[in-house]
Write a protein that binds this ligand. Structure first.
Ligand code: SF4
Ligand code: SF4
Length: 369
């Protein structure tokens, strides 16, 4: 039976470390041999302070690093940030300070190797460090995601696609959320982390996963070996049906979700966690889909008062659907694939996914499910 561990926690380092060591020690079958190479994969999306609750908290990374050293392993901390340099993330995110007493390698993924992740994607390039490590410790942040509802254990490993290959995959899976969820599930399965530890002490609700989201204290750490099961258990914690989560549905279709879970610890259901509104990406008869997409679908929009015209969004957009137009940015909603990468990376929280008025009216009339 698959075990999912829930523990109450705060960012007080001494108690946090104790709790993390206890979780890691109690996961059946998890061990780090002496001299084992251990990849620690936090969520390092963009430069952000710990209080923004966008990145895995630096003290969690610190406690896990300390655990690996105590077991005699050789840790490497790595991710592939969507924007900003890793040096900036390390400084602003508090990692330099938290890890100052350790001699630990901390770098962005730089080289990829091809791996066959199965149909329909075939061979894709993923970070060599993640694929070749003896042990992978997956350290996601519990947060909302305007495109995929939540980003938890499974989605965190999308960061193992190196650099600009990430937006290319968004583009290749197009506007098909189910296909993108399946891609995430198959990437997770290929990396096959030994353990996942989710930072839900300060989570992010609303229009996550970037600066448009709102920090929310949940005070929980969730640990386990199987992130498919953990993500399902976290949905229950958040008072939602796991079937709302696209990655859960993709994993279920592939037979990767356990039939029964053993929950270790108390789960206090949070009934008022604010999820992003997800409108469907495709619907209606094919011949009018283009018009419907343009006028009815939720889409990214900029708050001109917050936008600093920094250019991060139009440089990153995989569909090249954002342009600078005098003193504001413009979206080409025909070309936009609704991947919401722009929202994710905007350093000023100036973008959010908004529903069109007709789309909102139709959803309220339950025409759009
Ligand atoms: S929306 Fe955000 S990322 Fe895009 S130009 Fe404005 S501030 Fe920069
Ligand atoms: S405009 Fe934003 S949501 Fe649309 S394709 Fe570009 S990055 Fe993705």
């Amino acid at each position: 039976m698959s075990q999912v561990i829930f523990r109450k926690a705060s960012y007080d380092y001494q108690t946090l470390k104790q709790t993390i060591f206890e979780i890691l020690d109690s996961i059946e079958g998890f061990e780090i041999n002496r001299q084992a190479s251990v990849l620690i994969k936090p969520n390092l999306l963009m430069p952000a302070k710990p209080e923004h609750a966008i990145l895995t908290h630096p003290l969690i990374v610190k406690a896990v690093t300390e655990y690996v050293f105590e077991k005699g392993g050789r840790p490497l901390i790595s991710d592939s940030p969507a924007m900003g340099s890793l040096e900036k993330i390390k400084a602003q995110g508090g990692y330099n300070k938290a890890l100052s007493s350790f001699d630990v390698e901390f770098k962005a993924f730089d080289t990829s190797i091809n791996v066959d992740i199965g149909k329909p994607f075939g061979s894709i390039e993923m970070a060599r460090d993640a694929l070749e490590a003896d042990v992978v410790i997956n350290l996601p942040k519990l947060k909302t995601h305007s495109g995929m509802l939540l980003t938890l254990g499974v989605k965190n490993l999308f960061g193992c696609i190196v650099g600009l290959k990430k937006p290319q995959w968004h583009l290749r899976s197009g506007i098909d959320r189910e296909m993108f969820a399946r891609l995430l599930v198959q990437i997770y399965r290929a990396i096959n982390p030994s353990i996942t530890l989710v930072d839900g002490i300060w989570a992010l609700e609303g229009q996550g996963p970037g600066k448009s989201g709102k920090p929310r204290r949940l005070g929980v750490l969730v640990g386990g070996k199987n992130a498919f099961d953990m993500d399902m258990a976290i949905c229950t914690l958040l008072g939602m049906d796991p079937e709302q989560l696209p990655t859960h549905m993709a994993a279920k279709t592939l037979g990767l979700v356990s039939r029964s879970l053993a929950i270790n610890g108390d789960v206090e259901v949070v009934n008022d966690f604010e999820l992003p509104v997800l409108a469907p990406l495709t619907f209606g008869p094919k011949f009018i889909q283009k018009v419907m997409r343009k006028h009815l679908l939720q889409r990214p929009e900029a708050d001109s008062l917050r936008c600093e015209l920094c250019g991060e969004c139009w440089q990153y957009c995989p569909a090249k659907a954002i342009t600078l137009c005098k003193d504001r940015i413009d979206f080409d909603y025909d070309g936009c694939i609704r991947c919401y990468c722009c929202i994710e990376i905007c350093p000023h929280g100036a973008l959010c996914a908004t529903e069109t008025l007709p789309g909102k009216m139709l959803r309220k009339l339950s025409i759009l499910k």
